[in-house]
Design a protein around this ligand. Sequence first.
Ligand SMILES: Nc1ncnc2c1ncn2[C@@H]1O[C@H](COP(=O)(O)OP(=O)(O)OP(=O)(O)O)[C@@H](O)[C@H]1O
Length: 587
Amino acid sequence: MARSTVLTTKTINARKRKSTGGIDDSKGVDASNKRRRTIDTFFSPQVTIVTNQGDDAIPTCEHVSLNSEQVRVLQMVVQEEKNVFFTGAAGTGKSLLLRAIIQALRRKYAKKPEVVSVTASTGMAASNIGGMTIHSWGAVTPGMHNIDRQISCIKTCKPAFKRWKETKVLIIDEVSMVDGQLFDTLAKLAVQLRKKTEKPFGGIQLVVTGDFFQLPPVTKSGEEPFFAFESEAWKRCIDHTVTLTQVYRQKDTQFVELLNELRRGTISPSAQQTFTSLSRPLPPLPSGILPTELYPLRAQVDRANSTRLAALPGALRTFTARDTGTHQKVLEQMIVPAQLVLKSNAQVMLVKNVDERLVNGSVGRVLGFFTIASCLASVGSPPSSQEDGAKPKSTASASGSQESSPGASASSKAGGAVRNVQVGADGRTPVFYYRPMENKENARDTKPLSASAKGKVKDEERYPLVEFRTAQGTEVVLVVRDEFRVEDNEGKLLARRVQVPLVLAWAMSIHKSQGQTIQHVKIDLRSVFEKGQSYVALSRAASLDGLQVLGFDPKKVKAHPKVIEWSSTLETHTSADTDRTPAVEGH
Ligand SMILES: Nc1ncnc2c1ncn2[C@@H]1O[C@H](COP(=O)(O)OP(=O)(O)OP(=O)(O)O)[C@@H](O)[C@H]1O
């Protein structure tokens, strides 16, 4: 019988994806960013992050130091090897801390990287930290609680069986969405598969994080969720709970207080008044980028995107995916669509990681549609003077960026994209740079294209040229087709899609927005259907000024009573001091 029915999805750039967690792991990071390397000691750890603090929602890159709460958790996990659950409200830096922990563990176990397993409850959360879903990791069949049957299935999946036996540290992110029964099953499997029956979780060190006030486990309609913290295994295995208390996402204390009320589902009349008053439209951004719209339902997201697209002038361009494989039905779950329909000026989001600048989630605007050949001719800076007299618009940051460096053209074609395309005075047409390769001096400055890039020149398809906002400013990129693969747990290919890795990005679902910080956001709460959903949506906003709320209804802002009760028992033991001493408790 089948092992897990949960499938892993990879793109051919999976190796690149590992380096895009937002931590300075030094690969592909600007020289300026390398100055202050990250977790060299536990006591002054610094993490490079991409923040969205700019007025125009332009992300910037900065180094942050972990606060004392975060450092304490890092120590407990990495030095003291404790089983830790760390939690905290939205924006308290759980994800940032988790990335720091993963990096520190990878360094600690550099000679045996397979002993650190990085997982999350959902595919989206897993891809944010370069991991896999907990189901895929363990080859666990969802809903099956017969341990013997699970074990027989797992033993047929050699990579998963090996993971169960070799893992020393298991990380689980977004634990609020892990079903309690699954947590119990995992603990029993660990004990039996590792034959260390006396040790909880078979002796695997657990690092678990999430906020139970956010999205709950998915249940059949009308069924009560059974949270991970209610499971037997949780009580036996989680030795330390740490609550992070400093909110970073929102700087405004009034907003932080309002979000706290939302989190607990207790809305005061003044909070209600404030949220209701946020129904006013947001002023347009100078860049022309519209606020991201969040909706509870996928159908609403699709409708909002289609309406915006229809309102744009110009012809539609349709990119039809090239699908192959024996199990093409699984491609339906893929974020990259079978039919991608675009127009010039459409707002789009990249759905794959290319490097630290261009990541899954980068938002931009389509400038037009061009062939690879026309864009490769306009990459980088002009060799000496400009051939056609067009004024190239600078698309890279000025400060010593790699884009304008001599080798830019050689490195510009990075998996599914022609990077750093220079556009002319109209702001949307690639300029043409003539590079006389016979001249040795110039040849050194304008390296020939890689063999793979040369091969692509034959491709006459016109692709979207997109101006992305990046941590360094903006970058114009021709986004070409890329390969997305769906594999079973043993890495066997089930289906493959070759498609332009973009989706329309005027709107997204609240589920997909989890974990993000959004500067300008318009949230429609009228169809909210889950506890925690309103809180997740509203807590994505960085400020009240950048937040528009439609359909705010205090009756729909609910926290689950079991979560409220459980968290109150935590708080009675927690010493969250004002001086930011870690709120640590042992059970
Ligand atoms: N020690 C720190 N110093 C400065 N900024 C920080 C620090 N920790 C986190 N941040 C910033 O705070 C913001 C929110 O962090 P993060 O996304 O990790 O929070 P979170 O707790 O995971 O939120 P959510 O539960 O909503 O996913 C990010 O922009 C992050 O870079």
